[in-house]
Design a protein around this ligand. Structure first.
Ligand code: GUN
Ligand code: ZN
Length: 442
């Protein structure tokens, strides 16, 4: 049986390396009249329409010109049970967790609620052009089951895990060191490597884990070296001070995780804002990845992420929404706020590097750049179609744009889900009709 070929035509932008500056033309491929040929969820040819089209056998053709085809966006830190927490007023981290977040997460003990919210959560990701996310589920095993089941239904490459938390949380939201180990183990066995799913061992953060639980998390990481590990680090000054009282023997915040064997290249550390020199040394030496969460860091008043300082040490930073402290599912809006956070530190973020970051850059942080994050032949067909003229205001501004970089900058400063014309997950157009971006192009 031959499989139907899908041929997408449009302007193509994909990256081969992190652009070192505005003139680094070696770091990307841009094809004005480009095409992608897709079969069985894989990109089998990528390049100019003139060379790719003849390789297709009786293809279904979708002409997206003059919109831009790019790899689907990757969100490396997001909280699935916080879909109804986003935009909760007036608190910084610890009060925000206690007042809004923890009460909401208790609802995910109910499998029906978890399943209903998982469906809504994935709709949001797709609407905003995100094809891979690394998510925190709630403490309940059932929430992670709902999360992975929905990802499998949509054939998406999704990473996540149930949070491990055995103290400093309300009733109904605590596990134990042993039950968190058992539940995580069962979830890894059921889901890690099932379809496109991958597991992230997820001790929530130092404050909500006893040393015994972090010991168990370290044991899980040692037993499953191909799983990710994710947690939060040095987001807020009160959080850091409280952590120091809970772990008086630790050299610093990062040492809480490091001393339990959690640090390594598979580790994602959300926020990583207020770091000590020793912590930066340890990040550089172990290859762990700080995750920049700009909308969240501004929303909770947490602080300014020092991207250039960390990068100068050879550290590979990821970038993410952190919904629901983050205020938008859009990786475009994440770049918008990220740009401003970096401007405050005189670290201008060029649009080329920005779009590399939310595609191939995040894939590199995940060690997945041979599967996702580019439009290379042989990779998974997770693709976003972008319209730089999606709104009247954007179209007006685009009339004065003279090159691709200006269009990209307009997209990242002014774009959101309206700029997402279509999102392909493993070659399947997945954006709901009615949630489509504005198709106006000229
Ligand atoms: N630290 C521990 N849990 C959370 C969370 O849910 N959101 C944020 N922003 N920080 C955290
Ligand atoms: Zn978070």
């Amino acid at each position: 049986m031959t499989t139907q070929h899908l041929l997408l035509r449009g302007r193509i932008l994909t990256f081969t390396a992190e652009p070192s500056g505005p003139d680094d033309t070696h770091a990307y491929h841009y094809v004005e009249d480009g095409a992608l040929l897709i079969a069985d969820g894989i990109i089998i040819a990528s390049g100019s329409y003139a060379t790719v089209a003849p390789q297709a056998t009786a293809p279904e053709i979708v002409d997206h010109r003059p919109n831009i085809l790019m790899a689907g966006f990757i969100d490396t830190h997001i909280h699935f049970p916080q879909v109804q927490v986003i935009a909760s007023w007036g608190a910084q981290l610890l009060d925000w967790l206690n007042s809004y977040t923890f009460p909401e997460e208790t609802r995910f003990a109910d499998p029906d609620h978890s399943a209903a919210m998982a469906s809504r959560f994935y709709d949001q990701l797709i609407d905003h052009g995100t094809t891979t996310a690394v998510a925190y589920c709630s403490v309940h095993k059932t929430s992670a089951e709902a999360y992975f089941a929905e990802g499998q239904r949509r054939n998406m490459r999704m990473i996540g895990g149930k949070v491990m938390m055995d103290r400093n949380a309300p009733d109904g939201l605590r596990d134990t060191a042993q039950s968190s180990y058992d539940d995580t183990k069962a979830l890894i066995d059921a889901w890690h490597g099932t379809g496109r799913a991958q597991y992230a061992i997820t001790p929530r953060f130092a404050i909500t884990s006893t040393p015994e639980q972090l010991e168990m998390a370290g044991a899980l990481a040692a037993q499953h070296p191909d799983c990710y590990v994710q947690t939060h680090l040095s987001e807020n000054r009160d959080e850091i001070a409280y952590t120091a009282t809970l772990y008086p023997q630790a050299r610093d915040y990062l040492d809480v995780y490091q001393s339990h064997g959690l640090l390594g290249p598979k580790m994602l550390l959300g926020h990583s804002i207020h770091l000590q020199p020793r912590e930066i040394d340890a990040l550089a030496q172990t290859g762990a990845h700080p995750v920049f969460c700009p909308t969240s860091n501004l929303f909770l008043g947490s602080g300014l992420f020092d991207d250039a300082g960390l990068r100068a040490r050879g550290i590979t930073n990821a970038i993410a929404t952190d919904v629901g402290a983050g205020t938008s599912y859009s990786m475009l809006q994440t770049l918008n706020e990220g740009y401003k956070v970096l401007q405050l530190q005189n670290q201008p973020l060029h649009p080329l590097r920005a779009f590399h970051w939310i595609t191939r850059g995040n894939a590199v942080a995940l060690g997945l750049e041979d599967r996702i994050g580019t439009l290379d032949a042989g990779t998974e067909a997770d693709i976003v179609v972008l319209n730089p003229r999606a709104t009247d205001a954007m179209a007006l501004r685009c009339d004065r744009a003279t090159d691709l970089f200006q269009e990209l900058f307009i997209l990242m400063m002014m774009g959101d889900d309206r700029a997402i014309v279509q999102t392909y997950a493993a070659g399947t157009p997945s954006k709901r009709a009615g949630a489509r971006g504005n198709l106006q192009t000229g």
